[in-house]
Ligand binder design. Structure first.
Ligand code: ADP
Length: 342
């Protein structure tokens, strides 16, 4: 009768290699590339990367991985070791001196563009006066859930996950929060379960109020992007916002000029209702990088209103947002150091 000793070593190795391949194949649909199995005879040792998962999800994933492995013929014992990497999360505050200059539009498109450029992005809508991100990102009416009092961001069709002040209150409830309430709500959004996100874009309320101060003091952003129209008045307000960040030592990544140059949809002629180049000149004067110019274009408003930010489309507006996002990504990739983009 043949014994284990009679089995040639190459045959045993083939069996182990086949079993190892079978184990990998079985685990892939369950754990993606999070599971790294190793076989030692009939014992499977699996290293499970649980980075970004909360306690419930870790537990559930480990259970599934165990079940899957032990169901394979030839495996008697399964050991699972969880590991996780620390995610270095960079945060970008998008600010403006006053409302209506397109700060939310720029935030939404910047978040999606950064995701398209390979970062994993979460978007925080901290604009208590007009939280518009759920609409812009096509997830109006979807409420986030909480686990152990930690908010779970809402996935959007564009890969970016979202939390908004607007999701914390009933739709018809006017947001008239006093400072401490707004600060508490901001904390809930910032300390949510952002999972694997390595970049958080924050759409701040306009101006320099309580939310901005809390943001700077408690959730210090890695950098700030300032949005302004080209008019002098908007620029004066923008300078105040720049000042706030500069005094607090938060680097200003640069200035975006929005609503510059109006292309008439009927005749195609380009005019400049709000002037042009004002933000670029201000950037030069303040020795700050100029990140790009977004035209005043009806296509931007209609796409945004329809929950499809223009950067997800194929029109020329997309290119303008991509220029801005590419500069911001370069800054992030350098680890958040100030940079020029000439
Ligand atoms: P803010 O966040 O600064 O208050 P929003 O992003 O909400 O400003 O923009 C205000 C309005 O202007 C929205 O209706 C938006 O669709 C529109 N808008 C923003 N940027 C542009 C642009 N470049 N071209 C056309 N409409 C724009």
């Amino acid at each position: 009768m043949a014994t284990a000793h009679d089995v040639p070593i190459w045959a045993m190795m083939t069996d182990i290699a086949a079993l190892q391949a079978a184990l990998k194949a079985a685990l892939a649909p369950v754990a993606g590339d999070r599971a790294t199995p190793r076989l030692d005879g009939a014992r499977a040792s699996i290293i499970l990367d649980v980075t970004g998962l909360d306690a419930d999800d870790r537990y559930a994933l480990e259970g599934l991985v165990r079940e899957t492995a032990v169901a394979l013929p030839g495996i008697d014992e399964v050991r699972v070791a969880q590991t996780s990497q620390r995610i270095r999360r960079l945060t970008i505050a998008v600010a403006s001196g006053k409302g209506g200059v397109g700060k939310s539009t720029v935030s939404a498109n910047l978040a999606i563009a950064l995701q398209q450029l390979g970062r994993r992005v979460g978007l925080v809508d901290a604009d208590i006066y007009g939280p518009s991100q759920p609409k812009l990102m096509g997830v109006e009416g979807t409420k986030p859930t909480a686990r152990d009092k930690v908010l779970q961001p809402v996935p959007t069709p564009y890969g970016v996950s979202l939390l908004s002040m607007g999701q914390l209150v009933a739709d018809d409830q006017a947001i008239a929060w006093r400072g401490p309430m707004a600060a508490g709500a901001l904390g809930q959004l910032m300390d949510a379960n952002w999972g694997l996100a390595d970049t958080i874009v924050i759409d701040l309320p306009p101006g320099t109020g309580d939310v901005q101060l809390t943001m700077i003091q408690k959730h210090r952003p890695t950098g700030a992007v300032i949005v302004s129209t080209p008019q002098d008045l908007a620029l004066i307000d923008a300078r105040r916002a720049i000042d706030l960040f500069a005094k607090a030592g938060v680097p200003v990544i640069g200035i975006v000029e929005n609503m510059a140059g109006y292309a008439c949809p009927a005749c195609g002629e380009v005019s400049d209702p709000f002037g042009r180049g004002g933000a670029e000149a201000a950037a030069a004067e303040l020795d700050l990088p100029f990140l790009g110019r977004i035209p005043l274009d009806i296509a931007i408003r209609t796409a945004s209103d329809g929950g499809m930010p223009p950067v997800t489309g194929t029109g020329p507006e997309r290119d303008a947002f991509m220029v801005v996002a590419t500069h911001v990504k370069t800054w992030l990739d350098r680890g958040g150091n100030n940079a020029t983009y000439q």
